[in-house]
Design a protein around this ligand. Structure first.
Ligand code: ADP
Length: 331
């Protein structure tokens, strides 16, 4: 639901000399939602985030939060807070003083600062380490301190620039669960930049996919994944094949492709190229010939189905899918 408290980007453009980093984007970030901004390196994600935070000026357009144009306000006056990729903790300050730092800058007294910092440290489960220095913490713990430090100003929008990229894969999955829980508890908007599709699908209420300085598609995570509008989105989100049939281009989900029983006329002949065991699924790449073109098709076959009738590279197979799984792409 749209409310006056949403964050709105209106015709926002950023130029660096002749480079257009962000080109005339329009978007409404619904209040209280978890939004992932994703896309390949260089597409303009960080620039967009920095402009929202006020760490970067905008060349054209405006940023409106809570009905107020904040485009020209300094970062601390916007109602946003940013958590950086590098965490940027002050090495000589204790955990508690790091969290309280921005309140000190605001001139709040020590008792108030410490009370607010303790509350945030409690929220991220770090209160027991409040007197340590950053160097005495693990990567995951530093990340939580950075999060507490960003939240202590009670922002309406928290901006996170690849917050999980410094963590090992195991920790990344745990911390992303915590981020989601925190966002729900606080009820504020999180805008999280990532280049990871899995991360975006796991976290986002809304996915905003950027490409070449513009928003290519946005919507609920499930809709963007299952109904990619363009070839770019289908390929970027992964798990899809892009195939040409009857003069049109389609996305076909890899989990919608199966091997047809021998002799079924609807099956498309193909040769198995690679087989990868992935646990619950087996990823099988086959090449088929359509309209004189060789196309690689990925099929994600449930493990039990695959091993009931295993294939090998070089095998001739028939590929099949339900017509309903073909999803036409914009040219
Ligand atoms: P992303 O976060 O998606 O990787 P960025 O927003 O960092 O992309 O960059 C978008 C484009 O703007 C890139 O072409 C990048 O080289 C350019 N860019 C980013 N920051 C600067 C800068 N400070 N000066 C000049 N060009 C920049």
């Amino acid at each position: 639901m749209r409310t006056g408290q949403d964050l709105e980007l209106s015709h926002v453009t950023k130029r660096y000399g002749h480079t257009v980093a962000v080109s005339d984007i329009n978007h409404v970030f619904t209040n209280g939602s978890y939004v992932c901004l994703l896309g390949p390196s260089g597409c303009g994600k960080s620039t967009t985030l920095r402009m929202i935070a006020g760490h970067e000026t905008i060349s054209e357009g405006s940023i409106i939060l809570d009905g107020t144009d904040v485009s020209h306000l300094p970062p601390a006056k916007r109602g946003t807070a940013m958590m950086f990729q590098s965490y940027a903790l002050f090495p000589h300050l204790s955990v508690r003083d790091n969290v309280a730092f921005s309140l000190r800058m605001q001139g709040q007294d020590k008792a108030t600062r410490h009370r607010a910092a303790n509350e945030m440290l409690d929220l991220v489960d770090m209160i027991h380490l409040a007197d340590r220095l950053p160097a005495q913490l693990s990567g995951g713990q530093q990340q939580r301190v950075a999060l507490a430090r960003a939240l202590v100003t009670k922002p309406r929008v928290l901006l996170l620039d690849e917050p999980l990229s410094a963590l090992d894969p195991f920790l990344r999955i745990r911390v992303r669960g915590e981020l989601k829980r925190l966002q729900r508890e606080l009820g504020i908007s999180f805008i999280h930049v990532t280049h990871g599709q899995d991360e975006a699908l796991a976290l986002a209420d809304e996915c905003v996919v950027m490409n070449n300085a513009v928003i290519e598609q946005s919507g609920p995570a499930r809709e963007v994944f299952s109904h990619p509008r363009t070839e770019f989105v289908a390929r970027f989100m992964g798990g899809h094949n892009v195939i040409d049939l009857d003069g049109a281009r389609y996305a076909l989900r890899a989990d919608g492709v199966h091997f047809a029983p021998a002799g079924l006329p609807a099956a498309v002949p193909a040769i198995v190229r690679t087989i990868e065991y992935q646990g619950s699924h087996v990823a099988v790449t086959s090449s088929m010939t359509t309209m004189g073109e060789n196309t690689e098709v990925l099929a994600l076959i449930p493990e039990e189905t695959f091993f009931a009738d295993p294939k090998n590279p070089g095998d001739a197979v028939g590929l099949a899918w339900d017509e309903g799984r073909l999803h036409r792409l914009q040219a």
